[in-house]
Design a protein around this ligand. Structure first.
Ligand code: GUE
Length: 297
C-alpha cells in the first residue's frame, strides 16, 4: 500500500486563508485587525526561523504583528512588567513569550502572568485546566495542529489506539487530552517507558514528541499507522558541505514511512501547522474578548 505523505504546509496555507476571512470579520466589528504580540528574550537560531515565519504569516492573514526583543540578560521583573502592560492593552489580543527563557527567569511564573484570555500558546494553568476538564480554552498550537491533520487524514478518531511519546506541558500532555476528547484510547509514553517499541507498535496513531532526532524508526510503527512527527532538530549535514545543517524530526523518516499508512515530513509537516494555529488562536482570542461571532476554525 502506498504511504500518504501528509502535507502540513498546504493544509496550513488553507487554514491561514480561513483565519484571514474570520480576521476580516473581526476587523469590521472592532475597527482593527486581531493583534498578536511576541516577546523574545535573547537570540537563538531556532527562534529566528520561527519568528520570521510568524511575522510573514500573521501579515498574510491580515493581522497585526508586534515584536518585543529583549536582551538575554533581562531580569524577570522587567519581563513581567511588559506582560502586565500587554495584558492591560486593549489593542493586544494575543501574547506569546517565546520559550525557552534564559536561566535567570522562572518560566512558569512568566507563563502564568499572561492573561488567560490572551494566552494564545494555551500554556497558562487556567487553559491547561480548562482543556483537561473539557471546557472552552485556548488550546496549545502544536497539538491542535496535529489534531487537525489527524482528523483530515482519518475522519473519526473514535476508539483508535493513540500513543504520544513525550510528556511535555507544551506538546505531550495537551496532545493526549485532545486525543482523549476524540475518544481515542491514549497512552502517554516517555523515556522511562518499559518496552517502548512494543507500546508504540500497537498505536494506530503515533505522535512523536521526544526531542531526540530520528529516534522513532520503523520498528516502532504498526503497519498502516498514522505517524505524526512533532520534532524539529537541526543536525549536521556534511553531505551538503562543511558546517551545513538540515532539519529532521524525531522520526527516522525512511524506515517509518516504509511501514506507515500516513506520515508527516519534517520540514513541511507539523511546523507550519503550529504557526497557522497560533493565528487561529489569536483570531479566536480577539473574537471572544470582543464578543464577535466567527466560524468554528
Ligand atoms: N512560547 C512558544 N511557543 C511556541 O510555539 C514555540 C516556542 N515558544 N519556542 C520555539 C518553538 C519552535 N516553534 C516552531 C514553530 C514552527 C516552525 C516551522 O514552521 N518549521 C518549518 C520549517 C521552516 C524552515 O525551515 O524555514 C517546518 O517544520 O516546515 C518551527 C518552530 C514554535 N515554538
Amino acid at each position: 500500500m502506498e504511504t500518504k505523505i501528509i502535507d502540513g504546509k498546504a493544509f496550513s496555507e488553507k487554514l491561514v486563508e480561513t483565519v484571514a476571512v474570520e480576521a476580516s470579520k473581526i476587523k469590521n466589528a472592532i475597527g482593527r485587525p486581531p493583534a498578536l504580540a511576541v516577546v523574545l528574550v535573547g537570540e537563538n537560531s531556532a527562534s529566528k526561523v520561527y519568528v520570521r515565519n510568524k511575522i510573514e504569516r500573521t501579515e498574510a492573514a491580515g493581522m497585526r504583528s508586534i515584536e518585543h526583543r529583549l536582551d538575554a540578560d533581562t531580569d524577570q521583573a522587567t519581563l513581567l512588567a511588559l506582560i502586565e502592560e500587554m495584558n492591560n492593552d486593549d489593542a493586544v489580543d494575543g501574547i506569546l513569550v517565546q520559550l525557552p527563557l534564559p536561566d535567570q527567569i522562572d518560566e512558569d511564573a512568566v507563563i502564568n502572568a499572561v492573561a488567560p484570555e490572551k494566552d494564545v500558546d494555551g500554556f497558562h494553568v487556567v487553559n491547561a485546566g480548562l482543556l483537561a476538564t473539557g471546557q472552552d480554552s485556548l488550546v496549545p498550537c502544536t497539538p491542535y495542529g496535529c489534531l487537525l491533520l489527524l482528523r483530515d487524514q482519518l475522519g473519526s478518531l473514535s476508539g483508535l489506539n493513540a500513543v504520544v511519546v513525550g510528556r511535555s506541558n507544551i506538546v505531550g500532555k495537551p496532545m493526549a487530552q485532545l486525543l482523549l476528547k476524540e475518544s481515542c484510547t491514549v497512552t502517554i509514553a516517555h523515556s522511562r517507558t518499559k518496552d517502548l517499541k512494543e507500546v508504540c507498535a500497537r498505536a494506530d496513531i503515533l505522535v512523536a514528541a521526544v526531542g531526540r532526532a530520528e529516534m522513532i524508526d520503523g520498528d516502532y510503527v504498526k503497519p498502516g499507522a498514522t505517524v505524526i512527527d512533532v520534532g524539529i532538530n537541526r543536525v549536521a549535514a556534511p553531505e551538503r558541505g562543511e558546517g551545513k545543517f538540515r532539519l529532521t524530526g524525531d522520526v527516522d523518516y525512511d524506515s517509518a514511512a516504509a511501514k506507515a499508512g500516513a506520515i508527516t515530513p519534517v520540514p513541511g509537516g507539523v511546523g507550519p501547522m503550529t504557526i497557522a494555529c497560533l493565528l487561529r488562536n489569536t483570531a479566536v482570542a480577539a473574537a471572544r474578548r470582543f464578543n464577535v461571532d466567527i466560524a468554528d476554525i
